[in-house]
Design a protein around this ligand. Sequence first.
Ligand SMILES: [Zn+2]
Length: 180
Amino acid sequence: MASEWNIHPRAAACAVCGTPFEPGSTGVSVLLPAEGGILLRRDLCTACFADSGRPERDARLSAWKFTIPTATPKEAKSEPVQRETAIYLLTRLLEAGRPEDTGVIYLLAILLERSRHLIERRVTREPDGRKVRLYEHRATGSFYAVTDPGLEDADIAPLQQQIIRLLDSPAPQPSEPETP
Ligand SMILES: [Zn+2]
């Protein structure tokens, strides 16, 4: 699902002038339509985006400002474990792509949006009419394309229970060794 978007995390440098995005610096991300209905991401420094001749200035395109977080590695380490785990769980479930996880994935994304870790950038419709919400992780600039399953009120409690169970159970870490 997510691969259809072909949207990469925020680039390390301006796509036009190559100036690196240092911590605390600002810029603009633009989603450009490309062949095959995909969206390509371009990250520009503020000066390059302000250049009125640039096609990225087209008001019809999705564009938003960003600020590179200034958190030091030490501060990042002291963040609550659950915060990292919830994002990791969302990533893992999206990569697995199991249809039965659609509800859990969506509710997890909503919870992360309410806790201000994710921000909704765009809503599109699939050919079958389902909504897909595009979320950006504020800290990393990574994107998550989440299908909106149209949950009923009665669906929420069991899904919350499922999320709590998933967050409580030990999950395999992809690269970093487990610390007891
Ligand atoms: Zn630039």
